[in-house]
Unconditional design. Structure first.
Ligand code: C2E
Ligand code: MG
Ligand code: MG
Length: 594
């Protein structure tokens, strides 16, 4: 048993017999006694022929009277009494085989529950002579086993939340799928909506804190037989054991209700939501089903929930796989479409509220698909962003938009053209070069170009955005923050951003009638904020005369929306401008743009 230094020894007659009985030399006795590990010399039946001092000391240290066997006691009985785990009882057969010369050695780790705690020892036995005597040593390996167990635990758990990690979750789900009774197994895949915004705007420590709070909530809302794990980032998985489709729906509701209460983040209260995907299956229905398949299906369902507008639950169905394939197909087709020039730009007018003049247009890309007709950007811009196609797409948009603006300029139509830029493009580091090249090729002054970057794109990497905004503005190109109010960017980020125009998101502008006063207050606040930061403001998505009047009253500089005009082709825009009753296309300086 575990060796501990100690001074007390049992009387000599307990440790050894006299010379005639013992049948081994004094040298053997002395050697065993010198060993630091508790050691016994046994005969073939497990009778103790010799117990060394370390054994006696350890027996006393562990405070278990059963260990105080001395010469003449039976070690095999001791093992039977102490080790109730049936796995270890085989060791007795092994020791007998060893004694008979049918085995070379016996070696294994074993736990011993003493009153002072659990100890681990390594039992090693070897045969001494032909008479079948066996020496058994017991080395204390408690610290090694404890360290191994701790590191094995760490390898299978997430250090932040202490939940099972990806690898362990797959082990647990696979174990569930290989149960012989083949119960239904549910995998619920949960992703926090807008988690990136929390991380980007409030910092990673706050993001970590949110994940810990969420982990604790999920654990408290799931059944004891279920397992909550974290795949990484803000992705959590719940394994529902013995959980069919009805149980899965109930599980999803319980997980969604964990978001009912706001989270406390850096002293503020924040309401969040999650997108949830569910996959339920049984190995009885899908032979050979693996955890990776089920988690993949739940992930697809979660993705569908997110794209359908967040804060939703979607159950996996095979059509979702088809949708993914279609996306891959779209990416391939889109690559060809950019090269073949199948993209077109529509232009939406921007109205100066002070003068009533159209001072600019926003270029909005469409894809003239040979079979599916004219596709809106929402159908393919995200595909371009996810497939490394955004830079080529934007280069095409930039080139076409500035070419058109230069052509209008030559025709006496002075318009500032706005082009949307994706976060993914900002990250490539080629934006400034791409812009310069397009302007030079078209011979357009930089002051005629406006780049629109969304609020979330700015929040993703504010330092990088600020650096590139500053460089662009120095060159004369104006920069605007698009869809402001739809994201989660902090005021300090905004104040330090060198942008010239703040575009107020249409969700704020086009509020329903019962929220009109709140909406007006929000617009007034954003307009005031823009002014304080030296920026102009633009109300997006103006759909009614009322909204236009409100935007004007509240001091917005510009307005854009269906009420003024829908996006249209370049030719249609020229006609529309020509047909306007107050056909005033003011010079840039007169309306203070540029
Ligand atoms: P955005 O930059 O905020 O563009 C305004 C969107 O709002 C346009 O949708 C426009 O048609 C729509 N809109 C304008 N007025 C109203 C209105 O009164 N009511 C409503 N309900 N909608 C209005 P569109 O063309 O579908 O573009 C959607 C988004 O796609 C754009 O939002 C922009 O983020 C992105 N996008 C468009 N073209 C490009 C592009 O060339 N490159 C990149 N990266 N993104 C683009
Ligand atoms: Mg825009
Ligand atoms: Mg916008």
């Amino acid at each position: 048993m575990p060796g501990q230094p100690g001074s007390r020894e049992l009387p000599p007659d307990v440790r050894r017999r006299d010379g005639a009985q013992r049948g081994h030399s004094v040298v053997v006795e002395a050697v065993l006694d010198a060993l630091p590990s508790p050691t016994l010399l046994l005969d073939g039946e497990g009778r103790v022929l010799l117990a060394n001092s370390a054994w006696t000391t350890a027996a006393e240290f562990l405070g278990d009277g059963r260990l105080a066997i001395g010469v003449g006691g039976n070690y095999f009985e001791l093992v039977r009494n102490l080790i109730d785990d049936s796995r270890y009882l085989g060791v007795l057969d092994h020791l007998r085989e060893l004694s008979r010369g049918e085995r070379e050695r016996v070696s294994f780790d074993c736990a011993f529950a003493a009153s002072t705690g659990t100890y681990w020892f390594h039992l090693q036995a070897s045969r001494v002579d032909r008479a079948g005597q066996v020496v058994v040593t017991h080395t204390d390996v408690t610290s090694r086993v404890t360290a191994e167990r701790a590191s094995a635990w760490q390898a299978r758990h997430d250090h932040l939340t202490e939940l099972p990690n990806r690898a362990h979750l797959h082990e647990l789900i696979d174990a569930e799928l290989s149960r012989s009774d083949q119960p239904p197994v549910t995998v619920l895949f949960l992703d926090v909506d807008g988690f990136k915004d929390v991380n980007d705007s409030l910092g990673h420590e706050v993001g970590d804190d949110l994940l810990r709070q969420l982990a604790a909530r999920l654990r408290s809302r799931t059944r004891t037989e279920d397992t909550v794990g974290r795949l990484g980032g803000d992705e959590f998985v719940v394994l529902g054991r013995d959980c069919d489709a009805a149980g899965a729906a109930a599980l999803a509701v319980r997980c969604q209700t964990t978001f009912d209460e706001p989270f406390q983040l850096a002293g503020r209260s924040a309401r969040l939501t999650a997108s949830i995907g569910i996959a339920t299956a049984s190995a009885a229905d899908v032979p050979g089903l693996r955890s990776a398949d089920l988690v993949g299906d739940a992930d697809l369902a979660m993705y569908a929930a997110k794209t359908a507008g967040r804060n939703r639950v979607r159950v996996f169905s095979p059509e979702l796989r088809v949708a993914v394939l279609q996306k891959a197909l779209v990416a391939t087709e889109l690559r060809g479409a950019i090269d073949a020039g199948d993209l077109v730009l529509h232009y939406q007018p921007v109205l100066s509220l002070a003068t009533g003049a159209i001072t600019g247009v926003e270029a909005l890309v469409r894809w003239q698909h040979p079979e599916r007709g004219l596709l809106p950007p929402g159908d393919f811009v995200p595909v371009a962003e996810q497939n490394g196609l955004i830079a080529p797409l934007t280069r095409w948009v930039l080139a076409e938009a500035v070419r058109q603006a230069a052509a209008w300029e030559r025709a006496g139509i002075d318009l500032i053209v706005g082009v949307n830029i994706s976060a993914a493009h900002l990250a490539t580091g080629t934006l400034i070069g791409d812009v310069t090249q397009a302007l030079t090729a078209a011979g357009l002054a930089p002051e005629r170009l406006l780049l629109e970057l969304t609020e979330t794109c700015v929040a993703e990497d504010p330092d990088r955005a600020a650096e590139q905004f500053a460089a662009l503005r120095v060159s004369g190109v104006e920069v605007s923050i698009d869809d402001f109010g739809s994201g989660f960017s902090s005021l300090s980020q905004l104040v330090s951003m060198p942008a010239g125009i703040l575009k107020i998101d249409r969700e704020l502008v086009a509020a329903p009638a019962h929220r009109r006063s709140q909406s007006a207050a929000a617009i007034a606040a954003v307009v005031g904020l823009a002014r304080a930061c030296g920026m102009r403001s633009l109300a997006e998505g103006v759909e009614t005369a009322d909204q236009l009047a409100t935007a004007k009253e509240l001091g917005c500089t510009y307005a854009q929306g269906f009420h003024i005009a829908r996006p249209m082709t370049a030719a249609a825009l020229e006609q529309w401008l020509a047909d306007r009753p107050s056909r005033t296309v003011h010079p840039l300086v007169a309306v203070g743009v540029g």
